[in-house]
Design a protein around this ligand. Structure first.
Ligand SMILES: Nc1ncnc2c1ncn2[C@@H]1O[C@H](COP(=O)(O)OP(=O)(O)OP(=O)(O)O)[C@@H](O)[C@H]1O
Length: 271
């Protein structure tokens, strides 16, 4: 099999934050690489530094030491090659559905697009996400699942090469969450994106990812990288196979050990 090219690389990354209680060491000497077309999930205890890592890849913050690069070039700021999606704040409440999808298309970076091309892209994503009947609606009138579909459409419409997602489905009910997983997998299979996802759901991580990285308690390092051997496209029948359940249990056990370590750390800090 041909080796896929490396796109994002964390090299010996450390991160410390100044806090009222002193210096907080969040990430210690972490190295990891993400290859073209991979779907990587980060799982680990709350507060271990997952969002901090994603923020570095997004270009929102820079590490205290070490480097984070895309195609060998140091990331120094956010860029249109990276679409970022959070649990909340994924959509602008003051814009309609179609204006939200069109937002990124109207930025300076896309000034080469004609009005016709923008409209076609907006229509395409309205259809793909099942939002065509709501194009003039404002986000507050949509359900949680529809808002997340809109956030996904907005992220996708500008065709980023990388999708960085921080617990994007955390607030959704189980059914909507499942529907979003399958929608995401469909779109990804069509467009071959490289994805970094943070999730607290081990099942979600195993179902969606090609590799799952288990992050340790603080100061975080990579405890384990688990290859997920199931081919794409995937469907929900995978969830009831013994292979899926074995991987889920194995990862869950590792994550729970790190949760216990993080909790002990919290108690030690409180003493
Ligand atoms: N700008 C900052 N200044 C000070 N401390 C920070 C800052 N950003 C993050 N932290 C601290 O760094 C630690 C890691 O935070 P981070 O949000 O990366 O964790 P996480 O693994 O994503 O957590 P969760 O799973 O709960 O979202 C936390 O203790 C947090 O309080």
């Amino acid at each position: 099999m041909q080796e896929k090219v490396e796109r994002i690389r964390f090299s010996n990354v450390s991160m410390q934050f100044e806090t009222d209680a002193g210096l907080l060491e969040v990430v210690r000497d972490m190295s990891l690489s993400i290859r073209q077309g991979e779907f990587i999930s980060l799982v680990g205890p709350s507060g271990c530094g997952k969002t901090t890592l994603l923020n570095m890849a997004a270009g929102f913050i820079r590490p205290t030491s070490g480097s984070v690069t895309i195609d060998g070039k140091e990331i120094s700021e956010p860029g249109p090659d990276r679409g970022v999606m959070f649990q909340e704040y994924g959509v602008f409440p003051w814009l309609t559905v179609e204006e939200n999808i069109g937002f990124g298309l109207n930025l300076k970076i896309n000034k080469h697009l004609t009005a016709d091309e923008k409209k076609r892209t907006i229509d395409q994503y309205l259809d793909l996400m099942g939002l065509a009947d709501f194009r003039k609606a404002y986000p507050k009138t949509l359900s949680g699942g529809m808002r997340q579909r809109l956030a996904l459409a907005r992220t996708y419409a500008v065709h980023p090469q990388f999708i960085l997602m921080d617990e994007p489905f955390g607030a959704l009910d189980a059914q909507t969450r499942s529907a979003m997983h399958d929608l995401l997998l469909n779109v990804l299979t069509e467009e071959g994106k490289t994805v970094l996802l943070i999730t607290h759901s081990v099942e979600e991580a195993v179902y969606l990812s090609s590799r799952v990285m288990i992050i340790s308690a603080r100061p975080s390092r990579i405890r384990e990288v688990v290859d997920i051997p199931f081919s794409y496209p995937r469907d929900r029948s995978l969830l009831s196979t013994p292979e899926f359940n074995a991987l889920r249990s194995k990862i869950y056990d590792s994550v729970m050990q790190e949760y216990a370590a993080q909790e002990a750390l919290g108690k030690a800090t409180l003493q």
